[in-house]
Design a protein around this ligand. Structure first.
Ligand SMILES: Cc1cc2nc3c(=O)[nH]c(=O)nc-3n(C[C@H](O)[C@H](O)[C@H](O)COP(=O)(O)OP(=O)(O)OC[C@H]3O[C@@H](n4cnc5c(N)ncnc54)[C@H](O)[C@@H]3O)c2cc1C
Length: 478
């Protein structure tokens, strides 16, 4: 429900539809490709007020609110921004989102809030995402951000993984007064916000500022600890934790199962992106070096991770950066926005191309990739046309570095070491109810990518928030 009822607004919808629209300003491709800094140019106060005033305040429920996985009250926020009440707008976002400064930057808005804006029918959508970034930034600079915590209940909860799902869960549990401790196999918290999403999409300082709010509210972090290997979930219960949330994501890169996959010069996307984008002191000790790349790079795969690899490689100084994808652009799974930016920055695309072998040079390092041409065959069960190899069409591409960005699998460790915890598909956690994230083991809840499969920051965060409500009930009922 909207905080500001639409019938109380005296607005001229028609006039608003025809207000001038200015697209978000981006740094020019030739400039932005020289560093890992933010690609977008932040809105200023005047632009923010004008842009928010373009909202025509659709009757409740507004399509943008429905499309937002956390159902942010976007129309009311637009109304507050238009009047310069930025801190109130930011606080409104914080009622429904645990990470508004992050989702505002990384959400695929063109598929969610902005994609559903009714102005799309005749005009351009309101820039909901950049406006959320503007107000949360303004709030932090002027009023500060405090994560509200209640009187301590003395109840201890363990969160396994410290990515968006666990952060969403912890933020709600802290507000209920519970004592939260994150355990993560990485040295620092954040999950893919720190160890995956490149800096040009999300600067690490944005995450660490928000993390500071969690610490001030009492959250504890234990790094370099893999649950299921260094410690089990049963041990966490034995240590006095009364409930456990599993938000471990899907961190294992899919393999190609072709010859030469282990050659020096062939990288997995996660390893490449982590070492290209994360400060070395935040990386696990064995990874503290930038990836050694040559001049010619081929990224294999077609999703958003492939776009992130292409754009990171360009920023690292590679001269020829090519994406090899086995279908055509039409079937590509990734968002159009990231691909457009990758193209603007100089990435090339080779469609209907399937690598079949990595070939070593005399020095034993990767020197070429043997590929085969593909054609599109019959649609599969999901209606996507299957790529079929063209016999005898093999050819070679000379390369220095290959990056495999093919998808992700869960780690089976937790399923294997937690009695009573049902898993499926090699380690995805089975939840008995998606609304509560309850698993088959009493007191253990789960959410995020390890439940849904690879998805979005916002959906993982929402999964964690929902589980927190159920965990609070569980703790109170004990
Ligand atoms: C390269 C890349 C770019 C992306 N870009 C975007 C984007 O622009 N926008 C968007 O919305 N989404 C994006 N995503 C998807 C998004 O990052 C994920 O959907 C989201 O982070 C999932 O959150 P999560 O908390 O479930 O898992 P994660 O973020 O993966 O966090 C899981 C955490 O659990 C830890 N962990 C794993 N196993 C254990 C264990 N056994 N014990 C202790 N800790 C463990 C991991 O170290 C990790 O820190 C991207 C994903 C990738 C890979």
């Amino acid at each position: 429900m909207q905080n500001i009822p639409s019938e109380s607004l005296e607005i001229d919808r028609k006039a608003r539809v025809y207000m001038p629209y200015h697209d978000l300003s981006l740094r020019p491709p030739t400039e932005r490709v020289c560093d890992f800094g933010d690609v977008t140019i932040a809105l200023d106060s005047d632009r923010a007020m004008l842009e928010a005033a373009r909202c025509i305040h659709c009757p409740d429920p507004a399509p943008c609110m429905v499309a937002c996985p956390c159902h942010n009250d976007i129309p009311s926020a637009m109304w507050l921004i238009e009047q310069g009440r930025y801190v109130e707008a930011a606080q409104l976002y914080r009622q429904t989102s645990s990470l508004p400064e992050i989702c505002s930057r990384v959400c695929p808005h063109e598929q969610l809030c902005q994609g559903s804006c009714v102005l799309n029918k005749t005009h351009e959508p309101v820039l909901c995402g950049p406006l959320e970034t503007f107000v949360t930034c303004y709030e932090r600079k002027t009023a500060g951000v405090v994560l509200p915590a209640s009187k301590p209940t003395g109840r201890k909860v363990a969160l396994v993984g410290a990515g968006p799902a666990s952060l969403g869960c912890a933020e709600q549990l802290l507000q209920q007064g519970h004592d939260v401790t994150f355990f993560d196999s990485k040295p620092a918290p954040g999950g893919l916000l720190v160890y995956g999403i490149p800096n040009f999409k999300l600067a690490k300082e944005v995450f660490f500022c928000r993390w500071g709010d969690f610490e001030k509210a009492g959250a504890k972090f234990v790094g370099n600890t893999k649950i299921g290997k260094d410690k089990t979930i049963d041990q966490l219960f034995a240590e006095g934790f009364e409930a456990v949330f599993i938000g471990v994501g899907v961190g294992i890169d899919a393999k190609m199962e072709i010859p030469g996959e282990d050659l020096p010069g062939v990288y997995e996307a996660t390893d490449f992106l982590m070492r290209a984008n994360t400060e070395l002191n935040l990386l696990p000790e064995h990874m503290r070096a930038r990836p050694a790349i040559g001049k010619r790079i081929v990224v294999i795969g077609g999703g958003d991770t492939a776009s992130d690899c292409l754009r990171s490689a360009l920023r690292m100084g590679a001269e020829e950066v090519t994406c090899a994808y086995r279908r055509t652009e039409k079937e590509m799974p990734g968002g159009r926005k990231d691909r457009k930016m990758a193209k603007e920055e100089g990435a090339k695309y080779r469609f209907l191309t399937q690598p079949v072998k990595f070939i070593a040079g005399e020095d034993g390092k990767l020197a070429a990739i043997e590929c085969i041409e593909m054609i599109l065959g019959e649609p599969d069960a999901k209606g996507r046309r299957k790529p079929v190899p063209v016999e005898g069409s093999n050819f070679s591409i000379a390369v220095d570095t290959a990056i495999k960005a093919l998808g992700y699998w869960p780690d089976p460790a937790l399923g294997e070491t937690t009695p009573g915890l049902e898993v499926h598909d090699w380690g995805m956690i089975t939840v008995t109810d998606r609304e509560t994230g309850a698993t088959t083991r009493a007191g253990v809840y789960s959410g995020g990518d390890v439940v849904t499969g690879p998805d979005l920051v916002v959906t993982a965060m929402v999964g964690g928030r929902k589980a927190a409500m159920a965990m609070d009930e569980y703790l109170k009922s004990k």
